[in-house]
Write a protein that binds this ligand. Structure first.
Ligand code: NAD
Length: 356
C-alpha cells in the first residue's frame, strides 16, 4: 500500500497511524494542512473493506476539510481521523480513551469532533483524555454539542438556494426531495424539509434509522440501490461519499444535487459530467459546513447559538456566488469551489507568514 504515491495524497502535511493492543484500536489521523490554523475535522468510525480503503478515505476527507474550513472562513486547517471498526475493537469507553490519547499526542495540531459512526457520548469519553476535541454538549444557548442539526440547517438553506437557482422556486414547498441516508444529518434535514412543505423519499441501509424517521414523518421508503435515481426534484446525499460516478450520473433524474455527504464526487470529471447534464451540484464542502461552524464556535469558546446561526446563514450566499460564476464561465461548480478554496488558503497562509 503506497502512501506518498497514493492518488489521494496531495501534499498532506502528516499522516499518523495509531494502535492500542488492549482495546484493539486502529486509527489513522491525516493532517492535510495547517496553513490557516490547527487541522480540524471529525472522526469517522467505519467498517472498511481494507486498510487501503481507510487510508483513501482519510486522505480525501482531510483534504476536503482544508477546503471546507477555508471557504467557511474558519481559523482552521484541515484534518480528519478514521477509526477502523472491527469485532476485535468494539465501541467502549476504553477504546475512545485510547483514541483521545492519540489525539492528545499531536498537541493540538489536530482537533477532533463527530463524524459518521460517532456520537456525543463517544466525544465525552475522548474529551476525558484530550482538550483537542469539540462537539461536546454545552449549557443552554451556548454554541456546541452535536454538530449534525447545524449541518442539516446549512444543507437546508443551501437546498433552498439551489432550487431557486435551477428551478426558479422560492421554497421547497411542493417539491420532492430524495434523501440518501437518514442518520444524524439526514434525520434533521428531513424534519426541516417536511416543515417547509417538501415530500420526502428516503433510503438507508440501517433499518433502525428508517424506523425512526418513519415514526415521526410521512416519508416514502425507497430501496437504497434506487434512491439516487428516484423521481425527485432534489437529491440530497447524506450517507457516504463516492456516489456520483460515470455509472450513476447518467441515471439521475433530479435537477439539483445538494446534500451533506462528504466527497460525493468520485473524481473531478464527475463534476463536469453533472454540469453537462445540466444538473446543479451544490459543492459538498460548501453546503455542509454548518457542523464545523458550530464546532469552531464551541472550540474557541464564549459564543452563542445565535452567532452559529448567523454564520450558517452565509452558506446560501456562498453557493449563489459559485452558481453565478458557473453560469458566467461554463465551468463546473466543484471546480469553482476548489478554486475559491485554494485562493483563500494561499492568501491566509501568506498572512500567517507575515504576522509570524
Ligand atoms: P450517520 O452515520 O449518522 O448517518 C449516515 C447514515 O447513512 C446512516 O444511517 C447509514 O446507515 C446510512 N448509509 C450508509 N450507507 C448508505 C447507503 N449506501 N445507502 C443509504 N444509506 C446509507 O452520519 P452523519 O453524521 O449523518 O453524516 C452523514 C454524511 O454527512 C457523512 O458523509 C458525513 O461525513 C457528512 N457530514 C456530517 C456532518 C455532521 O455534522 N455529522 C458534517 C458534515 C458532513
Amino acid at each position: 500500500m503506497g502512501v506518498f504515491n497514493h492518488a489521494e495524497f496531495q501534499d498532506h502535511e502528516a499522516l499518523h497511524f495509531f494502535t492500542d493492543e488492549p482495546t484493539g484500536l486502529q486509527a489513522i489521523i491525516a493532517i492535510h494542512s495547517t496553513a490557516l490554523g490547527p487541522a480540524a475535522g471529525g472522526c469517522r468510525r467505519w467498517t472498511y473493506a481494507s486498510e487501503a480503503d481507510a487510508l483513501t478515505d482519510v486522505l480525501r476527507l482531510s483534504r476536503g476539510m482544508t477546503y471546507k474550513n477555508a471557504v467557511a472562513g474558519l481559523p482552521f486547517g484541515g484534518g480528519k481521523a478514521v477509526i477502523l471498526a472491527a469485532e476485535s475493537a468494539p465501541k467502549s469507553a476504553q477504546l475512545f480513551a485510547a483514541f483521545g490519547r492519540a489525539v492528545d499526542s499531536l498537541a493540538g495540531r489536530y482537533i477532533t469532533a463527530e463524524d459518521v459512526g460517532m456520537s456525543v457520548t463517544d466525544m465525552r469519553h475522548i474529551g476525558e483524555h484530550t482538550q483537542y476535541v469539540s462537539g461536546l454538549p454545552q449549557s443552554d444557548g451556548s454554541a456546541g454539542g452535536d454538530p449534525s442539526p447545524w449541518t442539516a440547517l446549512g444543507v437546508f438553506l443551501g437546498i433552498e438556494a439551489a432550487v431557486k437557482e435551477r428551478l426558479g422556486k422560492d421554497s421547497v414547498n411542493g417539491l420532492t426531495v430524495a434523501v440518501q441516508g437518514v442518520g444524524h444529518v439526514g434525520f434533521h434535514l428531513c424534519h426541516l424539509l417536511h416543515e417547509a412543505g417538501a415530500s420526502l423519499l428516503v433510503a438507508d441501509v440501517n433499518r433502525d434509522s428508517l424506523a425512526k424517521i418513519s415514526a415521526e414523518l410521512p416519508v416514502d421508503i425507497v430501496a437504497s440501490t434506487k434512491i439516487l435515481y428516484a423521481d425527485a426534484d432534489v437529491l440530497a446525499p447524506c450517507a457516504l461519499g463516492n456516489i456520483l460516478t460515470s455509472a450513476t450520473i447518467p441515471k439521475i433524474k433530479a435537477q439539483v444535487i445538494a446534500g451533506a455527504a462528504n466527497n460525493q464526487l468520485s473524481t473531478q470529471d464527475d463534476g463536469a459530467r453533472l454540469s453537462k447534464r445540466n444538473i446543479l451540484y451544490a459543492p459538498d464542502y460548501v453546503i455542509n459546513a454548518g457542523g464545523i461552524i458550530n464546532v469552531s464556535h464551541e472550540y474557541h469558546g464564549n459564543s452563542s447559538e445565535d452567532r452559529v446561526r448567523s454564520d450558517i446563514d452565509q452558506i446560501p450566499g456562498r453557493l449563489q456566488a459559485i452558481f453565478a460564476a458557473a453560469n458566467e464561465t461554463g465551468r463546473s461548480t466543484d471546480e469553482l469551489a476548489d478554486k475559491m478554496a485554494r485562493r483563500l488558503i494561499a492568501a491566509g497562509g501568506k498572512q500567517q507568514e507575515a504576522s509570524a
